[in-house]
Design a protein around this ligand. Structure first.
Ligand SMILES: Nc1nc2c(ncn2[C@@H]2O[C@H](COP(=O)(O)OP(=O)(O)O)[C@@H](O)[C@H]2O)c(=O)[nH]1
Ligand SMILES: [Mg+2]
Length: 257
């Protein structure tokens, strides 16, 4: 029996892309489930997906309190009632054709198949350089802590075996950077066994419609994922960006801070 797959797509105010994305995936893959994990968008996203009337396409509108990209993706992995799940963005930066390559690698036995970008220049020079610098930092931190790393650790496109990763997510939910963006980093950080990692290479495109949701909190949260030294750096970055660290992480507030 071929394995089943759910495409988990985190969304926030993607009305300009969402229905087209659902139709494009459905046209290419009649059997894949599609699960939009929407963070209580203020636009017509929900209406547009419900209007498609496709039994294999669902939109889960999340509670406002638990808002977060990583929380959405990981909750989507937990909800997906399939053998495999793939995380993919809703703005056509990730080619739909790469889903097939990821599926094939998972069927061939991979635990994790990372969509690896052949170039990141679609993000522009400044963001590409930042992305590569942060990736290097993440790789060093993971290695120091004896964890596995992958190519394109910053990738928002990757597929995994649900039976391998669901227990990791459930067990470590409270330690995950739930508002963060680098889901792959958290999954590797909390994984204690050697994974069979494979790759699907793809050309990274520019966003189709709308604007990126990136904010200066994303690099702060990425550093915060990286143990003690990473947290120290995230505090420094908070000072640079004039962001209140303890407002982001109230549980870390000590008496006197
Ligand atoms: N659920 C959820 N999705 C989000 C959030 N922020 C961004 N997204 C989605 O995550 C994906 C990547 O976001 P995007 O703004 O394109 O970031 P970029 O590609 O790094 O510039 C898109 O599908 C967004 O709609 C959020 O807070 N919650
Ligand atoms: Mg994008």
């Amino acid at each position: 029996m071929p394995g089943t797959l759910a495409v988990v797509i985190p969304t926030y105010n993607e009305e300009r892309n969402i229905a087209r994305m659902a139709r494009a995936i459905r046209e290419a893959y009649p059997e894949f489930r599609i699960l939009f994990m929407d963070d209580n968008s203020t636009d017509r996203s929900r209406e547009l997906i419900e209007g498609l009337d496709d039994p294999l396409t669902k939109i889960c509108v999340r509670e406002r309190e638990g808002r977060g990209l990583a929380a959405s993706v990981m909750q989507g992995f937990a909800l997906a009632d399939t053998d495999y799940a793939v995380c993919m963005d809703c703005d056509f930066q990730h080619p739909i054709a790469t889903l097939k390559d990821i599926y094939d690698q998972l069927e061939a036995g991979a635990d994790l198949c990372v969509g690896a970008r052949t170039s990141r220049m679609a993000m522009g020079l400044v963001r590409t350089s930042g992305s590569m610098a942060f990736e290097l930092f993440c790789k060093i931190a993971l290695r120091i802590h004896g964890k596995q790393t992958t190519k394109d650790l910053m990738s928002g496109l990757f597929g995994l075996r649900c039976d391998v990763f669901r227990p990791i997510i459930e067990k470590n939910w409270d330690d995950m950077e739930l508002q963060g963006w680098k889901v792959l980093v958290d999954l590797l950080k909390h994984c204690d066994r050697r994974l069979d990692v494979r790759y699907a290479y793809y050309k990274f495109e520019a966003r189709a419609e709308g604007e990126s949701h990136l904010s200066n909190k994303v690099p702060i949260m990425t550093l915060h994922q990286l143990w003690g030294f990473g947290r120290f750096c995230s505090k420094v970055l908070c000072k640079v960006y004039r962001v209140d660290y303890y407002e982001m992480y109230p549980k870390e507030r000590k008496h006197g801070d």
